[in-house]
Ligand binder design. Structure first.
Ligand SMILES: [Zn+2]
Ligand SMILES: [Zn+2]
Length: 306
């Protein structure tokens, strides 16, 4: 299996001279098996270019596409209305996400194409959409891909995915806060709230479950939006640092970490410094730390290589 990064930014797109090398599109990763089966993870603005490639590959013929969503914040869904295969009649698009009910997901995706926001409503789009609810800890299979959703710590919830195919394995862990200062629940946090004993238990359990799911995974793509000093100021925003991601990888025995969901304020020069600093920090503890950029393709190694 190989993975390709079509959007590596968090929060909002940042095109412009300062983001030419790492890219300005928001979250979207493509997984592809040796036989050419594809799976899309998150549908930020990076999805638009991926859609164009998939439509070219099919020669405009209808196909079936599967999109796993970590959650439905803008930076993870905004590419969907601009996914060109959706405009090929006969195409089927299956969307998977963590929500209380699949029909609620229908309303969310339908909502962003309401006439106030977009010229064509979801029901008029030529492709057929279907929506599926995922549940942390409940595995499912899409073609050659074996998928395990993992609960993450993010405002109103988010899920990571462990994805196994071709005897290789990677995981997508975005968006998530660390598991120390804040437990995100189903309400808005103005700032960090004091943790109860139950909150601490819940955070510990969530972190342990994540580490268990990542064991044997070759490559982990992780939300490393913040530098440590930024996290200290905004611990309730729901994002991690590279240091926390490295620590999780060390505990899970993962040999390769990919920094992802870069802060929009981190321009290319700062990203170069982050990449160099964390390559060295990771090497010191046996984790190869790569920094994702738009267009990067990585072969994923076999399961349990460490
Ligand atoms: Zn995000
Ligand atoms: Zn988010």
């Amino acid at each position: 299996m190989q993975i390709t990064f079509w959007g590596v930014r968090g929060s909002y797109p940042v095109p412009g001279a300062a983001t030419v090398r790492y890219g300005g599109q928001t979250s979207c990763v493509e997984a592809r098996t040796a036989s050419g089966e594809t799976l899309i993870v998150d549908a930020g603005t990076g999805l638009r270019q991926l859609g164009n490639k998939l439509a070219r590959e099919s020669g405009g013929a209808p196909g079936q596409h599967h999109v796993l969503l970590s959650h439905v914040h803008w930076d993870h869904i905004q590419g969907l209305p601009f996914f060109s295969p959706a405009y090929i009649p006969g195409t089927r698009i299956s969307v998977y996400a963590l929500l209380t009910a699949a029909d609620e997901l229908n309303q969310v995706i339908g909502g962003i194409t309401r006439h106030e926001f977009f010229p064509m409503p979801l029901e008029a789009v030529p492709a057929n959409f279907d929506f599926h609810q995922v549940e942390p800890g409940v595995a499912f299979v899409i073609g050659q891909f074996h998928i395990m959703p993992i609960a993450l710590n993010h405002p109103f919830g988010s899920v990571g995915y462990r994805i196994d195919a071709d005897g290789s394995s990677w995981a997508y862990v975005s968006d998530t806060a660390p598991f120390d200062k804040v437990l995100h629940k189903q309400h808005f946090l103005k700032g960090p709230e004091p943790l109860s004993a139950d909150d601490v238990t819940a955070l510990t359990a969530m972190r342990e479950a994540l580490v268990v799911r990542l064991k044997g995974v070759d490559t982990v793509v992780y939300d490393t939006h913040f530098l440590p000093e930024e996290y200290e100021r905004f611990p309730h925003y729901g994002h991690s640092t590279p240091d926390q991601a490295i620590q999780i990888c060390v505990e899970a025995g993962v040999r390769r970490l990919v920094l992802y969901h870069h802060a929009p304020s981190h321009g290319d020069d700062q990203m170069d410094k982050i990449a160099a600093d964390y390559l060295a920090k990771g090497a010191a503890v046996g984790v190869e730390v790569l920094t994702s950029f738009e267009g990067m393709t990585l072969p994923v190694g076999p399961e349990g290589t460490k």
